[in-house]
Write a protein that binds this ligand. Structure first.
Ligand code: PLP
Length: 381
């Protein structure tokens, strides 16, 4: 007996080929990918176990060590956005009951708190008003009080625009046998980072900000100390996809299939890292600093103020105070729809109080600043 099932066309769309507006992405990320990164991503995919692709993975690993200034053997890209790489740090090292101390001075500190709790950590926090950073003394006192297995800090808090100083924190952590975990999502490629010098044990980032790629292939690294904690676990890593013991067999010498890598994103990441290497890390950091100082001066010249004290401002992300009587959302919408420029709004405590302006990777150029200032002059009148 044959039965015919008819196709339901309720959701059928007859679409034209994709066309998207050409925006200048000056928000908290993503930023515009470099044109040659887009070209690289437009290359024919290889298989994920093809020797040519495996060689490219090795190049990514080496260049990630360069941009992070680390010798960590286990340095890879996670297939997923920054949040996946963030989750990987905690999933692999937190065992139920471990004390995890988290510095919360913005939205992403809170995300770490939520995640660490889900992996069974005994979460303790230290807090600061949004836009401020922790002093070495405050960190030292908290370590003495909590003696945590892991201390997690956000190097570049994208919700506030503040840069957390990290020098000497690793040394303190070693006194208590604590692993130092650092979020470098908005700092990698744009803000000086010396992971090994600073004694950082676990770090993660993203591809779509300072590195100037598209989102989806996220840097992850762990020190030998962190790897030892993973190897000594009594329980399996609760997240199969992010288990570094399994992933290490794909990224390391064994080359065992784990998941199908997002091939073209890895092409893009390789090209983005190649560009940073060609420019030179020091030059890349200096470019970000120079352009953000031009941004601050230009914003001040039209009467706007920054939220964070100059000493702690990020070169990649600036929080700009919304003037009294101005509706920040309306301005951001006008910038987007009339000038094709994206800026971000405030999150959490800073909602409605600041705009977030990113100058990251390919977008960290004087032309980006000039375009934004011209548009702001028109919109603010
Ligand atoms: N951590 C920080 C500091 C971030 O700014 C972001 C995203 O902007 C994330 C983590 C999460 O990254 P993603 O949005 O790529 O998942």
């Amino acid at each position: 007996m044959t039965s015919t099932i008819s196709i339901n066309d309720n959701h059928l769309l007859k679409l034209a080929p994709l066309e998207v507006p050409n925006r200048l992405l000056l928000g908290p990320g993503p930023s515009n990918a470099h044109p040659t990164v887009l070209q690289a991503m437009n290359t024919t995919p290889l298989g994920h176990l093809d020797p040519a692709f495996l060689a490219l993975m090795d190049e990514i690993q080496s260049l990630l060590r360069y941009v992070w200034q680390t010798e960590n053997p286990h340095t890879i890209a996670v297939s997923g956005t920054g949040t996946a790489a963030m989750e990987a740090t905690l999933a692999n090292t937190v065992e139920p009951g471990d004390v995890v101390l988290i510095g919360v001075a913005g939205y992403f500190g809170n995300r770490l708190v939520d995640m660490a709790g889900r992996y069974g950590a005994d979460v303790r926090t230290i807090s600061k008003p949004w836009g401020q950073v922790f002093s070495l003394d405050e960190i030292s006192t908290a370590l003495e009080t909590h003696k945590p297995a892991i201390l997690a800090l956000v190097h570049a808090e994208t919700s506030t625009g503040a840069r957390q100083p990290l020098a000497e924190v690793g040394e303190l952590c070693r006194k208590y046998g604590t692993l130092l975990l650092v979020d470098t999502v908005t700092s990698l490629g744009g803000v000086p980072i010396f992971l090994d010098e600073w004694g950082v044990d676990l770090a993660y980032s993203c591809s779509q900000k300072g590195l100037g790629c598209s989102p989806g292939a996220s840097p992850f690294t762990m020190s030998t100390r962190a790897m030892e904690k993973l190897q000594k676990r009594e329980t399996k890593v609760a997240n199969w996809y992010l288990d570094m013991l399994l992933l290490g067999k794909y990224w390391g010498s064994e080359r065992i299939y784990h998941h199908t890598a997002p091939i073209n994103l890895y092409y893009g990441l390789r090209e983005a890292l190649r560009l940073v290497a060609a420019e030179g890390l020091a030059n890349c950091w200096q470019r970000h600093q120079k352009n953000v100082e031009y941004l601050w001066e230009s914003l001040e010249s039209i009467g706007l103020k920054m939220h964070v004290e100059k000493e702690y401002r990020l070169p990649t992300l600036t929080t700009v105070c919304i003037p009294e009587g101005v509706d920040g959302k309306v301005v951001a919408r006008q910038l987007l729809l009339e000038h094709n420029i994206e800026v971000g709004g405030g999150l959490g405590e800073l909602a409605g109080k600041v705009w977030r302006v990113g100058l990251m990777g390919f977008n960290s150029r004087p032309e980006s600043v000039d375009r934004l200032i011209e548009a702001l002059k028109q919109v603010l009148g």
